[in-house]
Ligand binder design. Structure first.
Ligand SMILES: [Fe+2]
Ligand SMILES: [Fe+2]
Length: 280
């Protein structure tokens, strides 16, 4: 149980104040009673600039968690490893899978996976802690492990693929994980892009934590291209898990952000680069 948990947003698609860089991606610095955690790392440029402007010393972090293998979540690891030698990095073994966005117009298709191989990260000093199962990585800090998909995700992005033995397949994001942190008010779920779907991610979070509700959710909720009725359903889903506070970043999308603010009022929080939130 953590008496206080603080989240500082170091990288987001949007910025809170002049002088910071906005960048498509997500990076949080999370401080619990015992640990300073880098959750995702953006593409890299914003992390380097914003951490300096916000005066956060990455050499003081204890460990990093990478939610999934997209470049806008693991791109900043090179910079993080320069600041913090021998950084322990917790992730699923499949974060290095070959990920692509495949568009109908071929010139728009591109590689969107990790810019670094496992060997490169290790050469830079990374202590990779790769596992697909749920695990406790600190006091009251739980990684969810791979997220099952009993329900179809709210948004299924058909253009996101992985290359397996030369063939393009739909990316099911088996490597995606969330972080659950115990606060005095209840569990806080932190998620990178929520490709596995909001309902699937939250239900799995309850299962692995053995809790019956979640107190807060923070992260990218992947509703950028969602229709209004899908957004309304997502709001209801989140409420059905007992969630009191919602803090949104990255791929949540402006229309969904507006709906969350309407639904959660004073318990809605925007987490763009430069903003922070603390529980309690
Ligand atoms: Fe993302
Ligand atoms: Fe992603």
């Amino acid at each position: 149980m953590n008496s206080k948990v603080e989240i500082f947003c170091l990288c987001d698609n949007n910025i809170y104040k002049k002088g910071l860089y906005g960048e498509h991606g997500l990076c949080y610095l999370i401080k619990t009673d015992t640990h300073s955690i880098l959750f995702d790392s953006g593409q890299g440029l914003a992390l380097r600039h914003n951490s300096a402007v916000m005066r956060h010393k990455l050499e003081e972090i204890d460990l990093a968690v990478i939610s999934h293998g997209h470049f806008d979540h693991c791109g900043g690891l090179q910079f993080a490893l320069k600041q913090r030698k021998s950084l322990p990095i917790y992730a699923h073994p499949d974060i290095f899978s070959r990920k692509y966005r495949v568009e109908q117009d071929e010139k728009d298709s591109r590689y969107v996976g990790s810019p670094y191989t496992r060997a490169t990260l290790e050469k830079w000093g990374a202590q990779l802690e790769l596992d697909s199962k749920p695990r406790e990585i600190g006091p009251g800090i739980l990684l969810t492990g791979s997220i099952p998909r009993p329900y179809p995700p709210e948004i299924e992005d058909e253009s996101l693929c992985i290359e397996v033995e030369g063939e393009m397949q739909r990316d099911d994001f088996v490597e995606e994980q969330g972080l659950i942190i115990d606060t005095v008010e209840g569990p806080l779920l932190i998620t990178g892009c929520t490709h596995a779907g909001i309902k699937n991610t939250m239900e799995h979070a309850l299962q692995v934590s053995g809790r019956d509700s979640l107190f807060a959710v923070s992260g990218g909720l992947h509703l950028l291209k969602a229709a209004p009725e899908v957004i309304s359903e997502a709001v209801e889903t989140i409420k059905s898990f007992g969630v009191e506070h919602v803090a949104v970043s990255h791929c949540t999308g402006i229309r969904a952000i507006a709906r969350f603010e309407e639904a959660f009022g004073n318990n809605f929080h925007s987490l763009t680069a430069g903003e922070s939130i603390s529980f309690p």
